[in-house]
Structure formats: C-alpha cells, structure tokens
Design a protein around this ligand. Structure first.
Ligand SMILES: C[S@@+](CC[C@H](N)C(=O)[O-])C[C@H]1O[C@@H](n2cnc3c(N)ncnc32)[C@H](O)[C@@H]1O
Length: 149
C-alpha cells in the first residue's frame, strides 16, 4: 500500500486542538456508540498527514492534484450508465494500491471510469464489461481522453 500517496495535510484545526490537550486526550477514548472504534488524541500529535475524512468530498485544503485533473475527466465522460462512479473514487484506491506504470484491472468496467482514472494517474488498465453498449461507451470515453492529452 502507498498510504502517503493518499494522505492529506492534517489541517489547521489541529494547531488549535493540540494546544488545548487535557489528560483525557492521552487515554484511549472508546466510542459511545459501542462501535469498538477508539481513539487516543495524543497519537496524532506528531502527525502532519492523515487519511481524508471522506474520499469523495475533500476539503479544499486537501486537494493535492492539479485542479483541472478531475474536471477534465468529468467533461470527457459520457454518463450513459445508471451506476457510474465519480472519478475520485477509483482514483483514491488506485493511488493507495498502485504506483505509476502498474496495471489496474476493473472486471466490471461500465463506461470506463476506472480506466479514465488510471490513465490520468499514469497507470495502465485492463477492463472487462459484459454489456456491449457500455463497452462501446467506455472505448469512446477512453479515446476522447487520449485525444485530449
Ligand atoms: C456498478 S457498474 C460499474 C460502473 C463503472 N464503475 C462506471 O463508473 O461506469 C457494474 C458493471 O458491471 C457489469 N457487469 C456485471 N456483470 C458482469 C460480468 N459478469 N462480467 C463483466 N461485466 C459485468 C455491468 O454491466 C455494469 O456495467
């Protein structure tokens, strides 16, 4: 895993939070929902980067890609499919699990969002799609993105 590729700056909230630490912050706090998740705030003190809260809706300060990258992919995508991923979703996992030049396999390709994300991130891809129309649409989207670059 390439965790550093997807972690984001911890954010300004941390400066304020870490200057008002209490004794409790040095103990493991168990979730009140009994979810078995716990946290110890003091473990975060030396951290500069963390996982984002949400892999789809990044806070402005957390964008690490050139700002035109996601727009470009969306503009060239035809949405003729009922279950299209937002491009940020495969992008996040591709960065976490692969490095440039690796091959990404999507066995349920739809109209090719994962392939587009792979291309934008410098990965190769193999896609499989059972419905001809979607495969055709995927090829079209891939070709459009290739022509834009
Ligand atoms: C949730 S959609 C994926 C959408 C895709 N991520 C996108 O953004 O366009 C799942 C896709 O898997 C395809 N699919 C389902 N069973 C399949 C199979 N056995 N082999 C290949 N593709 C299959 C469906 O036709 C559908 O397009």
């Amino acid at each position: 895993m390439y965790q550093d590729a997807v972690k984001v700056p911890i954010g300004d909230w941390a400066k304020k939070r870490f200057t008002s630490m209490t004794e409790k912050d040095f103990l493991r706090h168990i979730s009140r929902t009994n979810s078995k998740f716990g946290r110890n705030v003091s473990n975060w003190l030396s951290r500069k980067k963390v996982y984002p809260h949400n892999v789809l809706v990044f806070e402005k300060e957390h964008y690490s890609e050139p700002s035109n990258l996601i727009r470009l992919a969306t503009e060239c995508s035809n949405r003729n499919h009922s279950a299209v991923f937002p491009i940020e979703l495969p992008s996040w996992f591709i960065k976490l699990f692969t490095k440039r030049g690796d091959i990404v396999l999507d066995p349920f390709m739809g109209i090719g969002s994962t392939a587009l994300a792979s291309m934008l991130l410098g990965r190769n891809f193999v896609g499989i799609e059972i419905i001809k129309e979607y495969a055709k649409e995927a090829r079209k989207n891939i070709k459009e993105l290739r022509n834009l670059r």
